[in-house]
Design a protein around this ligand. Structure first.
Ligand SMILES: [Zn+2]
Length: 116
């Protein structure tokens, strides 16, 4: 089995590229999404409310950030009163990245299940 397509897929996700052609940018600018792929013309909004799926991915990514942070706070016995500010700042700093990558991950997940 040739590992190149999967490697290309991960590279496309990390560089926020189209799930179909793996070349066109999903965003122009940092957080301004394109409605269509500038390379292959794939519509990124398949149907009304399509982006709601990315909220589930965003929740998972947020938990992937918050849970290890909570465990580190508990492991190093940092006073629990610091837990909320630490998680708030940490997720706040990573929030834009989480929002951005959750949409891209949603596109790739959905396209791998139901390519059109
Ligand atoms: Zn494309």
């Amino acid at each position: 089995m040739d590992p190149t397509p999967q490697r290309s897929r991960w590279r496309a996700i990390l560089s926020r590229r189209c799930p179909k052609c793996l070349e066109g940018a999903v965003y122009h600018g940092f957080l301004k999404p394109n409605l269509r792929c500038p390379e292959c013309g794939l519509s990124f909004e398949r149907e009304p409310g399509y982006f709601l799926g990315s909220f589930y991915v965003s929740y998972g990514l947020g938990a992937a950030v918050a849970i290890p942070t909570v465990l580190i706070v508990l492991f190093f016995e940092i006073p629990v009163v610091w837990l909320f500010p630490i998680v708030f700042v940490w997720v706040g700093v990573l929030g834009p990245l989480i929002v951005s990558y959750s949409r891209v991950l949603w596109y790739h997940l959905d396209h791998s299940v139901d390519p059109r």
